[in-house]
Design a protein. Structure first.
Length: 280
């Protein structure tokens, strides 16, 4: 996990972001922010531009957000970059362009990642991607592996249902080897077979473009995540908007199924037996 997050680079924030950051409680920053980056096509369509220009502008937004994350010491940032469904259902020409854009992004931004102490990694069925894409991914991961700040995780050829399927298959193999008994399986056993086994679950899930759905993203991991949806399209999203989402997150009370502080539980056990029925 990130090691040097106590080293503050808040002073590097631009003035507008710094103004929002000063409204935050640094002790209550989320450990892990996950983002569904949506709206590239609509951004281009509103401007009567080709879809690929929306994707290009979206790639610029990634680096703005990553730099803000590194400056505030966010340990984990996970971006839904390319879904399994994108790979299967989008036109071949668009998929080819997205993979070329990924290679270009990695080539052009590794130095910026190193300058910002960012380490990059990936989750998903990345072994199904083309060899030249995986070569560039491996190169970027190796080039940044010694960085100790924010861990940037790109979800590529990723789907949460396929992740769970892969986890269950791996768990089944473990049981077949007699390394684990079926009756002893726990949630933690499933967790350690997920792509994200080495990561904390997201505290905050951000979705751009106003769509009110999860889109098969980190279904297991976001069980208790706070969800923030903005109408802003991804190409227009910047670090300041992530800080505003964190500000909203800090106004919420996370109960994990329990009661809020100061809430008294009804003492049902103290009631007479004939008064334990529900009031109509």
């Amino acid at each position: 996990m990130p090691l040097s997050l106590n080293f503050s680079r808040v002073h590097e924030l631009p003035p507008d972001e710094l103004a929002v950051y000063r409204r935050l409680d640094p002790a209550r920053l989320p450990r892990h922010v996950a983002i569904i980056m949506d709206g590239n096509g609509r951004w281009a369509g509103k401007r009567r531009l080709k879809r690929f220009l929306g994707h290009q502008q979206g790639a610029e937004s990634v680096q703005y957000v990553v730099e803000t994350a590194s400056r505030i010491g966010l340990p984990w940032l996970t971006l839904y970059a390319f879904s399994l469904e994108n790979n299967l259902k989008r036109p071949k020409a668009e998929v080819t362009f997205l993979m070329r854009l990924l290679r270009t992004y990695l080539t052009n931004n590794v130095q910026r990642m190193n300058d910002n102490n960012v380490r990059i990694q990936y989750i998903g069925r990345t072994h199904e991607l083309e060899d030249d894409v995986r070569e560039r991914m491996d190169w970027a991961a190796e080039a940044t592996r010694h960085n100790t700040g924010t861990v940037l995780t790109l979800a590529l050829n990723y789907g949460a249902r396929s992740e769970l399927l892969d986890a269950f298959k791996s768990l089944h193999a473990e049981i077949n080897r007699n390394d684990l008994r079926l009756e002893d399986v726990t949630e933690q056993d499933i967790q350690r077979h997920l792509y994200t086994a080495h990561m904390p679950d997201p505290d905050l899930l951000i979705r751009t473009s106003g769509e009110m759905r999860i889109s098969n993203y980190l279904l297991w991991q976001i069980a208790y995540a706070e969800i923030f949806v903005t109408e802003r399209l991804w190409p227009d999203f910047r670090g300041i908007h992530m800080l505003e989402a964190i500000e909203d997150y800090q106004r919420r009370e996370r109960r994990y199924g329990g009661l809020s502080d100061g809430t008294e539980s009804d003492d049902i056990a103290s009631l007479p037996a004939n008064q334990t029925t529900l009031v109509p």
